[in-house]
Design a protein around this ligand. Structure first.
Ligand SMILES: [Zn+2]
Length: 110
Protein backbone atom coordinates (compact mmCIF):
# COMPACT_ATOMS: atom_id res chain seq x y z
CA UNK A 1 0.00 0.00 0.00
CA UNK A 2 1.19 3.51 -0.79
CA UNK A 3 2.54 5.33 2.26
CA UNK A 4 0.38 8.37 1.50
CA UNK A 5 -2.84 6.35 1.25
CA UNK A 6 -1.90 4.39 4.38
CA UNK A 7 -1.41 7.68 6.19
CA UNK A 8 -4.75 9.00 4.94
CA UNK A 9 -6.56 5.86 6.03
CA UNK A 10 -4.88 5.86 9.44
CA UNK A 11 -5.70 9.53 10.00
CA UNK A 12 -9.30 8.86 9.01
CA UNK A 13 -9.42 5.94 11.46
CA UNK A 14 -7.92 8.13 14.17
CA UNK A 15 -10.56 10.82 13.59
CA UNK A 16 -13.35 8.21 13.73
CA UNK A 17 -11.91 6.66 16.90
CA UNK A 18 -11.53 10.04 18.56
CA UNK A 19 -15.17 10.76 17.78
CA UNK A 20 -16.35 7.37 19.10
CA UNK A 21 -14.25 7.70 22.24
CA UNK A 22 -15.64 11.18 22.81
CA UNK A 23 -19.20 9.91 22.47
CA UNK A 24 -18.54 6.93 24.74
CA UNK A 25 -16.85 9.06 27.39
CA UNK A 26 -19.36 11.89 27.10
CA UNK A 27 -22.34 9.62 27.50
CA UNK A 28 -23.51 10.15 31.07
CA UNK A 29 -24.73 6.54 31.49
CA UNK A 30 -26.37 7.75 34.64
CA UNK A 31 -28.89 5.56 36.40
CA UNK A 32 -30.01 8.32 38.78
CA UNK A 33 -33.25 9.20 37.03
CA UNK A 34 -34.25 5.70 36.00
CA UNK A 35 -36.67 3.42 37.72
CA UNK A 36 -35.18 0.42 39.57
CA UNK A 37 -36.70 -1.87 36.93
CA UNK A 38 -34.30 -0.38 34.36
CA UNK A 39 -31.23 -0.77 36.54
CA UNK A 40 -30.25 -4.14 35.12
CA UNK A 41 -30.25 -3.01 31.51
CA UNK A 42 -28.51 0.24 32.42
CA UNK A 43 -25.72 -1.71 34.01
CA UNK A 44 -25.20 -3.85 30.92
CA UNK A 45 -25.34 -0.73 28.73
CA UNK A 46 -22.60 0.79 30.86
CA UNK A 47 -20.60 -2.43 30.65
CA UNK A 48 -21.01 -2.51 26.89
CA UNK A 49 -19.95 1.13 26.57
CA UNK A 50 -16.94 0.43 28.77
CA UNK A 51 -15.98 -2.58 26.64
CA UNK A 52 -16.35 -0.52 23.45
CA UNK A 53 -14.26 2.23 25.00
CA UNK A 54 -11.51 -0.26 25.84
CA UNK A 55 -11.52 -1.61 22.27
CA UNK A 56 -11.54 1.90 20.76
CA UNK A 57 -8.72 3.07 23.05
CA UNK A 58 -6.59 0.00 22.21
CA UNK A 59 -7.18 0.47 18.50
CA UNK A 60 -6.42 4.21 18.75
CA UNK A 61 -3.05 3.34 20.27
CA UNK A 62 -2.38 0.88 17.42
CA UNK A 63 -3.26 3.56 14.85
CA UNK A 64 -0.96 6.09 16.55
CA UNK A 65 1.85 3.50 16.57
CA UNK A 66 1.30 2.85 12.86
CA UNK A 67 1.49 6.60 12.11
CA UNK A 68 4.73 6.73 14.09
CA UNK A 69 6.13 3.84 12.02
CA UNK A 70 5.13 5.75 8.87
CA UNK A 71 7.18 8.74 10.13
CA UNK A 72 10.11 6.48 10.97
CA UNK A 73 9.96 4.67 7.64
CA UNK A 74 9.38 1.26 9.18
CA UNK A 75 5.69 1.05 8.26
CA UNK A 76 4.69 -2.16 6.51
CA UNK A 77 7.31 -4.24 8.31
CA UNK A 78 6.48 -6.62 11.11
CA UNK A 79 7.64 -5.13 14.43
CA UNK A 80 8.71 -8.58 15.64
CA UNK A 81 10.45 -10.28 12.70
CA UNK A 82 10.95 -7.24 10.40
CA UNK A 83 9.57 -9.11 7.39
CA UNK A 84 7.16 -7.18 5.18
CA UNK A 85 3.55 -7.42 6.32
CA UNK A 86 1.49 -8.73 3.36
CA UNK A 87 -0.29 -6.06 1.32
CA UNK A 88 -3.70 -7.67 1.80
CA UNK A 89 -3.30 -7.61 5.55
CA UNK A 90 -2.45 -3.89 5.51
CA UNK A 91 -5.41 -3.23 3.24
CA UNK A 92 -7.71 -4.90 5.74
CA UNK A 93 -5.97 -3.52 8.82
CA UNK A 94 -3.74 -0.52 8.07
CA UNK A 95 -2.77 -0.35 11.74
CA UNK A 96 -1.43 -3.96 11.78
CA UNK A 97 1.99 -4.03 13.42
CA UNK A 98 2.80 -7.69 12.86
CA UNK A 99 2.67 -10.28 10.15
CA UNK A 100 0.05 -13.01 10.54
CA UNK A 101 2.55 -15.49 12.03
CA UNK A 102 3.87 -13.13 14.71
CA UNK A 103 0.38 -11.88 15.55
CA UNK A 104 -0.74 -15.48 15.93
CA UNK A 105 2.19 -16.29 18.22
CA UNK A 106 1.44 -13.20 20.28
CA UNK A 107 -2.23 -14.06 20.65
CA UNK A 108 -1.47 -17.64 21.66
CA UNK A 109 0.91 -16.38 24.33
CA UNK A 110 -1.83 -14.27 25.94
ZN1 LIG B 1 6.50 -11.18 11.92
Amino acid sequence: MEVTSARQRLQQMLADLDRSIGVLRGDPLSVDDRSPADAGSDLSDADRAQAMLTVATTQRRAVLDALKRLDEGTYGRCVDCAKPVPEGRLEARPEAARCVQCQGKRERRR
